[in-house]
Design a protein around this ligand. Structure first.
Ligand SMILES: [Zn+2]
Length: 671
């Protein structure tokens, strides 16, 4: 190991810790997600290359290996309780009166109140102060093992601070995604053509149940802890309030709006201010949890049926519900061509805002809920989340309602729509579809794609309205003389914009592929494709099978890419971009001194330790190439278990066949 590597690892850890602090504590991210990912992966690689550099407190130790197939079931050491609800002041008073009847000789005074976070409940097992397991709530008795995913959450301590913790205990917490993160996650999904999450809770719960902890880590979930179940050993706390202090001292995040009151009347008086506070919180919450403060009373009060404790209750604020009429169901075409149905509502006021539209997500949801045009429906609006239709009111039907059918043709351009097998969405495949154009051009100009400074929504809309452009190829025909004739366009900024558009011609193929907005082709996939095929021509002539052969590219991506290049209108667009003088190739990083310089390899079968992606990265880092099919130009086939036709082809072509150990030896990585 070199001193340089140790220094680099220390520097990377410092950068990552600093970025985490800025993101989680200061709520002011200093670096982009992409930059963060790059630092993180470099550190992972460095620690893989130099095992001596690994340390238990490295941020990489939060991310383990993906789970093979499904999450395992685990039984909680103590059942995870669920709370009863009180929706009115009277119901809260009735709760106290019930408790007074159960313990007539005790005066139950003293309550703690906490925000009820609307996330996903989890259980964390700590043994000797170290996190050993974590699970979803499941049915309260049996949950799913999500230990690897919980370890990626910065708010989950891997080792507890101080001491005084029971030797074996379960911590209860609520995992959530703040609104800002929710917006970020959905923007990413929109960019990659994936269906959007309806609310932060779904995004958090989905993030927890991933098989690959790297996906959980990128979602940047948060957690508040709120309870302890000691299994072996005792708690020093006598009240719930003290218990929250203990949790904070051990390193957990505690929601800050907790309060302590002497009587229930005081709690009731505070409820109004909580109700005003909740819409202003940076995360979704739906009420206040009221708990009897003295822990000894918890045991005496017990629970209803072993599941619902008598010593705690959720004073819930139902999101305001309004009833209105669905005037129509319309389709909005997104950048990737996804057809998004939405409801045109008779305007109605809800939570102080006039609402006249609500998302309907996709056709399956419309069918499941049986929402018809003309129906009276209940709608809710919670926090900053877009209004949603909860359910229709079938009793109010007059017989005039019409069932909705998704169109078979794009409502914006009349192209027949496609519905990929296994997907809930339909797509317009026409890249020049006016419904897709605005979003598409803005995406094309974004910094991760063609990076055209100064070309945002406002400008693109202006150019579209003036009839100057109708697709991305038209951008390259804009002149400064023409732009200055538009409103609000000074000669200087017109010149700068034309220069920025011109400069984008030099962007590599990977940026162009990402910019074209092919469904499922995000930044990473665009780079994989550009590196593998090298030129636009080679990629356009590749078969779906060739594309799915690229490590890291699955069948769904290959199908979407092949369909994109099969569309004649897309051919025409690409031809015009070529005429405009765009770079249609990916620069190859020269690896002058690589051990496998200029050699061509084919991977087949399952290798004992390396994934295909890892093997490809290693070969490419050493200057070699990995290709999808065996030919006489292939230097060697690296074969693993269950190798198929490629192995036979290699024998027929008399190509050398080696195993993983031999590959590693040639890479200078003998085990
Ligand atoms: Zn269309």
């Amino acid at each position: 190991m070199t001193g340089g590597a140790a220094e680099r690892a220390a520097w990377l850890r410092e950068q990552i810790d600093r970025a985490n602090h800025a993101y989680y504590v200061l709520d002011a991210p200093e670096i982009s997600d992409a930059e963060y990912d790059r630092l993180f992966r470099e550190l992972q690689q460095l620690e893989a290359d130099h095992p001596a550099l690994r340390s238990p407190d490295s941020p990489t130790q939060r991310v383990g290996a993906p789970v093979a197939s499904a999450l395992a079931k685990v039984t909680h050491l103590r059942p995870m309780i669920s709370l009863g609800n009180a929706f009115t002041p009277e119901e809260l008073t009735a709760w106290e009166e019930r408790n007074a009847r159960i313990l007539p000789e005790v005066r139950i005074a003293g309550y703690t109140t906490e925000i009820k976070i609307d996330g996903a409940a989890v259980s964390l097992t700590y043994e000797g102060g170290r996190l050993t397991a974590g699970a979803t709530r499941g049915n309260g008795i049996i949950g799913e093992d999500i230990t690897a995913n919980l370890r990626t959450i910065a708010d989950v301590p891997l080792a507890l601070k101080r001491d005084g913790w029971p030797r074996l205990m379960e911590i209860r917490g609520e995992v959530y995604l703040p609104y800002a993160g929710f917006t970020r996650v959905n923007q990413g999904r929109e960019r990659d053509g994936e269906p959007l999450f309806a609310n932060p809770r779904n995004a958090a719960a989905g993030g927890l149940r991933q098989l690959d902890p790297n996906i959980t880590r990128r979602r940047r979930l948060r957690m508040f802890a709120f309870a302890v179940e000691p299994i072996e050993g005792r708690l020093s706390a006598r009240t719930h309030w003290e218990l929250l202090d203990l949790l904070a001292g051990w390193g957990f995040q505690i929601e800050s709006h907790r309060e302590r009151f002497g009587t229930l009347a005081e709690v009731q008086a505070a409820i109004t201010s909580y109700e005003e506070l909740i819409p202003r919180l940076p995360f979704q919450a739906d009420g206040v949890v009221v708990k009897v403060d003295r822990l000894e009373l918890h045991g005496e009060l017990g629970s209803v049926g072993g599941r619902e404790p008598r010593w705690a209750i959720a004073r819930k604020f139902a999101p305001e519900v309004a009833v209105t009429r669905v005037e129509d169901i319309r389709i909005n075409v997104g950048r990737t061509g996804a057809l998004n149905p939405w409801a045109v509502l008779a305007p109605v006021e809800i939570s102080g805002v006039t609402v006249s539209a609500a998302t309907l997500h996709n056709e399956e949801l419309i069918a499941q809920k049986d929402i018809r045009i003309g129906d009276q429906v209940e709608i809710i609006r919670a926090g900053e989340v877009i209004p949603q239709v909860v359910r229709p009111l079938p009793d109010k039907r007059t017989g005039q309602e019409r069932a909705f059918r998704m169109p078979d043709r794009c409502p914006a351009c009349d192209t027949p729509v496609e519905r990929p097998a296994g997907e809930a969405m339909r797509y317009c495949p026409n890249v020049s579809c006016p419904g897709r154009v605005l979003e598409g051009i803005v995406h094309y100009a974004s910094s991760d794609a063609m990076d055209i400074r100064g070309l945002g929504y406002e400008r693109v809309r202006q150019f579209l309205t003036a009839g100057l452009i109708s697709d991305v190829a038209d951008l390259y025909e804009l002149t400064a003389e023409r732009l200055v004739q538009l409103d609000r366009f000074a000669a200087q900024s017109a010149g700068q914009l034309v220069a920025a558009i011109d400069a984008s011609k030099a962007r590599p193929l990977s940026s162009l592929l990402f910019g074209l907005g092919i469904r499922h082709v995000g930044k990473t996939v665009a780079q994989l494709l550009a590196r593998r095929f090298g030129t636009m021509q080679a990629l356009m002539h590749a078969s779906e099978e060739d594309i799915s052969d690229v490590p890291g590219v699955g069948p769904a991506i290959a199908e979407a890419a092949a369909a994109f290049f099969a569309e004649p209108r897309n051919h025409e667009l690409i031809r015009r971009l070529e005429r405009a003088g765009l770079t249609f190739s990916e620069p190859r990083a020269a690896k002058a001194d690589g051990a496998l310089k200029g050699r061509s390899y084919v991977l087949t079968g399952t290798l004992p330790t390396l994934s295909r992606g890892q093997a490809t990265e290693l070969i490419e880092a050493a200057g070699g190439r990995v290709t999808g099919s065996v030919s006489r130009k292939t230097d060697a086939v690296v074969a693993g278990a269950d190798a198929g036709g490629k192995l036979e082809k290699a024998r027929a072509c008399e190509v050398e066949i080696i195993d993983e150990a031999e590959l590693l030896r040639r890479l200078g990585r003998t085990a």
